[in-house]
Design a protein around this ligand. Structure first.
Ligand SMILES: Nc1ncnc2c1ncn2[C@@H]1O[C@H](COP(=O)(O)OP(=O)(O)OP(=O)(O)O)[C@@H](O)[C@H]1O
Ligand SMILES: N[C@@H](CCO)C(=O)O
Length: 322
């Protein structure tokens, strides 16, 4: 559950007074998610989500995230729209946290996505990459190689408690990725966390994308690699080639990958698996048991790392260089 901060109806009514969003009818904390506190609000005008930024979100980045959502919505991507206050601002404060009111998106995320959903996600992510072109702000990826090394420094001393030998594996990955990480592939704004719980479907179609709080400028194909990790592995850790093929084909329908991007996929997928393994490992070791937070299993991503290490060609993901 992710409700780190409790808020009262009195605080909420005071907050809503700054907006033209109606008056409060009801509210409740949302159990899902792990990074921020989210509340579902019903007002006399509509339903909204109120997000209180916690943990990894730096307040200085909020204009980028919220501005990006506005830009994407204006360019045809279905995503929440930040609600402006009467004074024109989008960032508020409640319970000593920075907060934003955003529009409510209909739909649900899929616990068991099928290949046709993966194809749609491929299309959606390519659409997002194209729609984000021209957004005026930029933000470096805080969870790229240097960020991974920082997380690793903090988690390394206890990593072998989670899996004996993990330290040695991660040291080798960091060294390989540090040497071989591609520097010359197409870049742009990426979502960087497009997991199934961040894509809503309605009647079998993508109805919207949420949670832009890791969005940043980085390699576009790295976002595709993250989607392969998040959408195309089964619970038993095996790669589902049909899903991978569908996701990559969907992406290429909208934005064909360059040969160099295709060739780099095994490395990018390995880097992305390491990134999610490290944030999960850090949380696993630092969040106390019993805290009201979803702790995600780092071992799922250790298994993905092992898979990507033995890939010899991108065709094993379901794509060929033509
Ligand atoms: N605009 C929205 N419309 C409808 N529901 C939303 C919206 N934004 C968030 N939610 C709900 O809140 C939940 C958590 O939101 P979100 O994924 O942004 O939180 P988070 O803590 O950043 O999670 P994550 O662990 O994925 O980073 C979502 O699963 C969804 O149920
Ligand atoms: N999507 C991330 C968590 C939140 O960003 C993970 O599954 O580790």
């Amino acid at each position: 559950m992710a409700v780190y901060t409790d808020i009262s109806e009195v605080e909420l009514e005071a907050l809503l007074a700054a907006y033209d969003a109606g008056s409060l009818l009801s509210y409740k904390g949302i159990a899902e998610g792990s990074e921020n506190s989210n509340y579902l609000l019903h007002t006399t005008k509509a339903a909204f989500i109120l997000t209180l930024y916690e943990r990894r979100v730096d307040k200085a980045d909020l204009p980028f995230f919220l501005g990006l959502m506005e830009h994407l919505a204006e360019h045809g991507v279905s995503c929440p729209l930040p609600v402006r206050r009467r004074d024109g601002e989008v960032i508020s404060e409640i319970a000593e946290r920075p907060a934003a009111l955003i529009t409510f998106l209909e739909g649900m995320w899929l616990r068991r996505p099928a290949p046709q959903h993966c194809r749609q996600v491929g299309r959606a992510i390519a659409g997002l990459h194209l729609a984000a072109q021209g957004f005026a702000l930029s933000r470096p990826n805080a969870l790229a190689l240097d960020g991974w090394r920082d997380l690793w420094r903090k988690a390394a001393p206890r990593a072998d408690e989670v899996e004996p030998g993990l330290s040695e594996e991660v040291e080798a990955d960091l060294a390989t990725l540090g040497r071989a990480w591609p520097g010359d592939l197409p870049t742009g704004i990426i979502h960087a966390d497009l997991f199934p719980d961040n894509v809503f479907f309605l009647g079998g179609e993508v109805s919207g994308i949420i949670d832009f709080y890791f969005a940043c400028n980085d390699l576009l194909a790295y976002d595709v690699a993250t989607c392969l990790n998040a959408w195309c592995f089964e619970k038993d850790g095996s790669y589902n080639l049909t899903k991978g093929t569908a996701l990559l084909a969907g992406y290429q329908e909208i934005r064909p990958l360059e040969p160099a991007e295709i060739e780099a996929l095994p490395l990018l997928a390995r880097g992305s698996a390491l990134r999610f393994m490290l944030t999960r490992l850090y949380d696993w070791l630092t969040i106390p048991d019993g805290a009201l937070v979803n702790k995600r299993d780092p071992m799922e991503y250790v298994r993905r790392l092992r898979f990507h290490r033995q890939i010899r060609s991108s065709s094993e993901y379901g794509i060929g260089i033509t």
